[in-house]
Design a protein around this ligand. Sequence first.
Ligand code: GDP
Length: 329
Amino acid sequence: MKRALITGITGQDGSYLAEFLLEKGYEVHGIVRRVAIEDPEHRLWRILPIKERLHLHAASLESFPSIYRVLQAVRPDECYHLAAQSFVAYSFEDEFSTLNANINGTHHMLAAVRDCAPQCRFYFAASSEMFGKVEQTPQTESTPFHPRSAYGISKVAGFDLTRNYREAYGLFACSGILYNHESPRRGYEFVTRKITSHAARIKLGLAKELRLGNLEAKRDWGHAREYVKAMWMMLQQDRPDDYVIATGEQHTVREFAEIAFAHLGLDYRDYVTVDPQFLRPADVETLLGDASKARRALGWSYQLSFKDLVEEMVEADLQWLSGAPRTRV
Ligand code: GDP
């Protein structure tokens, strides 16, 4: 039985990936903060339905000794490093802790894997935010990086660290350059979930308006459940490499809001207002990925429509607000 270790297992991607790997017959281990283990209802809700089948280890990515101990105990065949401070807007409020946590966290994982489990295949969650102020459209694996936030900068550093561990120490280390990927498990601070949860609240009479920032920002939004499969596929190849994972389709925040409200029979223009507090000092205006390499080399493809993604999220929020248990999606 293959053994996998996931950092960020309590998050959107970690929870989908854990389900996917269990399904494939893996023994799945996860690194979680001690506070999360002590507060399962709130902090582990995404993995509650599968919690008994997982092996959770309390450790902090900021502490090398604690990471080293977990790697030594688990000695995984595959390691998926997904944990990070991943909210771009917050990375402007606290650049220092975003850079520290994200860069050191990745460095600690790579060093511990090299020392304790050198045969382990390593996946790093890189990001389309590395392209930032894009230098070409659509972006591919060879498009130059131009990050626009501490988050983006931390991901470029993680990407470089991962590549260097591959080249310097022969580690089977890959980076997935994933474009925005959403689902009913997305955090409420991200614009997609903020829109779907507010639209549902407005529909039920629980809220009156939705305040957003830049409505013209364009993103290439896919479904997280499909994207975690690509992570696994990268680690099953003969050679380690880096891949763009994207839908190849772009929409504005405005369009996302329009479809979400329309699904509930509402016109977003009656409820959405622009509030300057949600504008960023430097925003990423447009992202569009070209995933041809992943299609060719991994056989990964994306089938869902944008409308289906938006509507699935709206429906889930509507159900939860009407009292259905959250653990169902
Ligand atoms: P990101 O692409 O990782 O930064 O994901 P987000 O979902 O946080 O933001 C996507 C885009 O939506 C960015 O260009 C934001 O500036 C824009 N946006 C507009 N209004 C909002 C808002 O109220 N909250 C967030 N999070 N983003 C917003």
